[in-house]
Design a protein around this ligand. Sequence first.
Ligand SMILES: Nc1nc2c(ncn2[C@@H]2O[C@H](COP(=O)(O)OP(=O)(O)OP(=O)(O)O)[C@@H](O)[C@H]2O)c(=O)[nH]1
Ligand SMILES: [Mg+2]
Length: 504
Amino acid sequence: MSTSDQVRAILGGTIQAYRGEPAYRHRPEVFYELERIGGRLNEPIRIALAGTLKAGKSTLVNALVGEDIAPTDATEATRIVTWFRHGPTPKVTANHWRGRRSNVPINRSAGLTFDFRALNPADVADLDVEWPAEELASATIIDTPGTSSLTRDASERTLQLLIPPDGVPRVDAVVFLLRTLNAADVALLKQIGHLVGGSAGALGIIGVASRADEIGAGRIDAMLSAADVAQRFTREMNQTGICQAVVPVSGLLALTARTLRQSEFVALQKLAGVDSATLNKAMLSVDRFVRVDSPLPVDAGTRAQLLDRFGMFGIRISIAVLAAGVTNAAGLADELLERSGLVALRRVIDQQFAQRSDMLKAHTALVSLRRFVEVFPIVATPYIIADIDPLLADTHAFEELRLLSQLSCRPTTLNEDEIVSLRRVIGGSGTDPASRLGLSPGDVYGHEGPRAAFAAAQRWRRRAEHPLNDPFTTRACRAAVRSAEAMVADFAARGFDASDVRPG
Ligand SMILES: Nc1nc2c(ncn2[C@@H]2O[C@H](COP(=O)(O)OP(=O)(O)OP(=O)(O)O)[C@@H](O)[C@H]2O)c(=O)[nH]1
Ligand SMILES: [Mg+2]
């Protein structure tokens, strides 16, 4: 029985138990809540983007979706939690504090904005955007107001979503954007980690070193220094034991790459044709670049638009890419997308969240249900908790996720090489057998896969028994044994058996 099925079974039993309690029989809201917990198992995973004020959250939402749908900068909407879900046609609904819902007109003149004229933002609990974007079919993305001590009200809304006072998680995973690492961010991350992963450790948080193109002040090597900064972030964040990975990303560059216009390509091509002395001089600063009397062969209005869409770094990198011989808009878009860090971020999101979305959702459901039966106690509460707790503790996929985040911050007696392969076996580079065993997808279901899985199980069993291990090292090695054994069993179930394999 899959973990999700086990969760469904526990939920079914819980609903029965509440039906049998006279005190709750006529309280439909209790059953509504239980059904909501169960219903979420069938919905796409919920990923919230959070971080400090102006970290670039809304821009990154747009880059991930590939369309300009999250309002950026100082509109009222940036101060309200906004849910982006897949839907057949564009539709924006405001959920008001006392349960009323109202339709919000969409204004598409300059980028997308929501028409708030008929609304009082203070009265809106959150916004629900349905949009026919393919990217939203597998994940619901939640844009949150930036946290800062200056905007208490907006910060409060984010905290209510990420650290709800009732302890019932609203989201399954978090992408946390940081431009610097300060004590307030770390404290907030710790609180979030506690809730998302339960007390036993974080399950789903990815860090993003955001607006990475600005780190090198628009220089061509900005993304290189961004990678350095991300590495430092990673080390520091790892010491907090919260994030599984930190990735440098320029959301602005990614969004522009995904929505690149032919006219922009043409303008950049003209700039790329300018001799380098003139170009360097004209691009010494933003002010110079947008000057009306600039010698550049592109009018000032277009230059200002380019700056808005690409940033200084994006323009420089585009010119360099074009000078290196890229001749069409699609080629330029691909290069920019790769350099923006979005490709890397999506890979990490896929490895850490998408491939494990059932597990993350099951985890959310268990934590929510546990909380629910404590708040609304019935005779069966201790029995329900006795069903939930072993599942939370023993589900191997949860243990893999906890270890993936803890491996980087807890001392072990493993050497670097061992840590790399252990991380891989427990799914740190992807949960499919090829990724876990470091084989190509073509080889894994031949002779190679079963043999490698069998060897991994033996290797980690031996390593788990090493007399100098501390308890954490032993625990990690045992988890690797379990992951490898699960693969051996899976290969056997598919008709591949390691013991049958002859050298060949
Ligand atoms: N250079 C650069 N600018 C960016 C990037 N991402 C966002 N910006 C700019 O930063 C400003 C804020 O971006 P938003 O996406 O609105 O940031 P946010 O975190 O949603 O802001 P709040 O919701 O108000 O906290 C805008 O002017 C963006 O154009 C980036 O990757 N690079
Ligand atoms: Mg925003």
